[in-house]
Design a protein around this ligand. Structure first.
Ligand SMILES: [Zn+2]
Length: 462
């Protein structure tokens, strides 16, 4: 059973500020968490936080804390009414990296009360923050036994992974990556599961880079088969694949297997809207890359990433030709989207009208064609020009940004690169900071909400 805790960068910052005060004494907070559960995994995702004021604690020491647990009652009431979990998190300012015997005693009492209030017997969680912001945690089950959480993921300006799996020996093929980014980054990549949705122009060079960087597990999602018109840009595809109409995800996963770098690949020849299996795989990812043209696919992914706290990189390419062999404009964009901040829709990438049109097209392509001819709705999902060098450029930019989020190395703070527009005709890159983009106030309320009916509040998926 894989047990995980996820926290958005916004909540991690709040907790860090409160739990590590200057007086060097212990502090405490409680949180409500969403859940994702299947037969192999339990993921708890922080949804809402209450900081317990230090002034209200009965005693605070370097290794001891007594606090008024009635402060948690509003959350106990909520776990009595809805399918949410409660988290207790306190700090060990001295850096003690285990649960103490005092913790065992106070956790047993706290979670005994929690199960008394709770609607069901699903697990709750206790966590500890260390002086550098690192978090370790354990899940409490209804019989009050506990199990350690294996992975804690912070999805914020920086993507942080706290892992209990001890580092393994580095692979020889990775030596030069390690020279640049260090063994810690390489070990993180090895422990990561990364999803790629869309395995064509930008997707395929992106996948190639993820594998050669040593990412441990990759989920590939694309419903399409290889066609002659794709051979100008999809790595590892051949004329034979096009003649046999082989699925893109299969061709690419075979190429990865042939590399022999021990990458675990899950290929899914699926469309996101028709595949609960694909959505479950994406929930379990530590980062996802959207390499799709369709606005409804991008919208679904953005929504899922907010509910389950998954960092999301969105890639787009725009190539405008005059139809006579001339180029008007070539540019691409890489969006980094984190829960609780801006979204593709609040950034103005598409509108609700575009979404409506895309949904009509998905459900009834023929009727859509008629409407489009009569110019009632905008054109969507069309074949546009595509050139391998442009796609590879944008894919590489996205991978460099992914590395920067795991191991910040760029000149400015990571938050300054929320959106990069790579304008190839003007030969420049324009960056926009997260603070200069509008927050998505609807998704902000859904942060870490986890399992809910209808799934991610999109009835068409249920
Ligand atoms: Zn403690």
């Amino acid at each position: 059973m894989e047990l995980q805790l996820r926290i958005s960068g916004v909540h991690h910052q709040m907790l860090k500020k409160h739990l590590l005060p200057e007086d060097g004494l212990e502090s405490v907070a409680v949180a409500l968490c969403g859940r994702y559960m299947d037969k192999d995994n339990i993921v708890l995702t922080v949804h809402d936080i209450t900081l317990i004021p230090d002034s209200e604690c009965l005693s605070r020491e370097e290794d001891l804390l007594q606090w008024p647990t009635q402060k948690a009652i509003p959350y106990f009431e909520r776990i009595g009414k809805s399918d949410l979990a409660i988290m207790k998190i306190h700090s060990h300012p001295g850096g003690y990296n285990k649960f103490s015997s005092t913790d065992d005693k106070s956790d047993a009492e706290f979670f005994d009360s929690a199960f008394g209030w709770a609607l069901n017997d699903k697990p709750h969680i206790s966590a500890v923050m260390l002086p550098d912001g690192e978090i370790f945690a354990r899940l409490f089950f209804s019989d009050l036994h506990h199990e350690p959480v294996k992975k804690v993921l912070i999805s914020g300006d920086v993507i942080k992974l706290y892992n209990t799996n001890t580092g393994s020996k580095s692979d020889d093929f990775a030596l030069r990556t390690i020279q640049a980014f260090g063994d810690k980054t390489y070990q993180d990549l090895k422990q990561m599961t990364v999803g790629v949705i869309g395995c064509s122009g930008t997707g395929s060079p992106l996948i190639e880079q993820l594998v050669r960087l040593g990412v441990g597990k990759i989920v590939l999602i694309d419903p399409d088969t290889v066609e002659q018109k794709n051979l100008n840009r999809i790595l590892n595809t051949t004329k034979k694949d096009a003649e046999l109409h082989r699925p893109k995800v299969l061709v690419i996963s075979e190429a990865i297997a042939n590399m022999g770098l021990d990458t675990n690949v899950t290929p899914l020849q699926k469309n996101l809207y028709d595949s609960p299996e694909a959505l479950k795989e994406l929930i379990m990812c530590d980062s996802v890359f959207g390499c799709m043209d369709s606005v409804d696919g991008r919208h679904l992914l953005n929504q899922l990433c907010a509910f389950y706290l998954v960092p999301y990189f969105d890639l787009g390419v725009k190539l405008e030709a005059d139809g006579k062999g001339g180029v008007n404009k070539i540019c691409g964009s890489v969006h980094y989207l984190q829960p609780g901040k801006s979204s593709l829709i609040s950034r103005g990438v598409y509108t609700t009208e575009d979404l409506r049109a895309a949904s009509q097209y998905r459900k009834n392509p023929e009727e859509f064609e008629n409407l489009r001819k009569n110019a009632y709705i905008k054109n969507v999902n069309v074949n546009t020009p595509a050139v391998i060098s442009v796609n590879m450029n944008i894919a590489s930019h996205a991978i460099n940004e992914f590395l920067n989020r795991i191991h910040p190395y760029k000149a400015e703070p990571t938050s300054n690169y929320a959106l990069s527009t790579i304008d190839i005709t003007e030969n420049c890159i324009i960056n926009v900071a997260e603070d200069d983009l509008s927050i998505d106030n609807y998704l902000k309320k859904k942060i870490g909400r986890g399992d809910i009916t209808p799934f991610i509040e999109m009835p068409e998926l249920t």
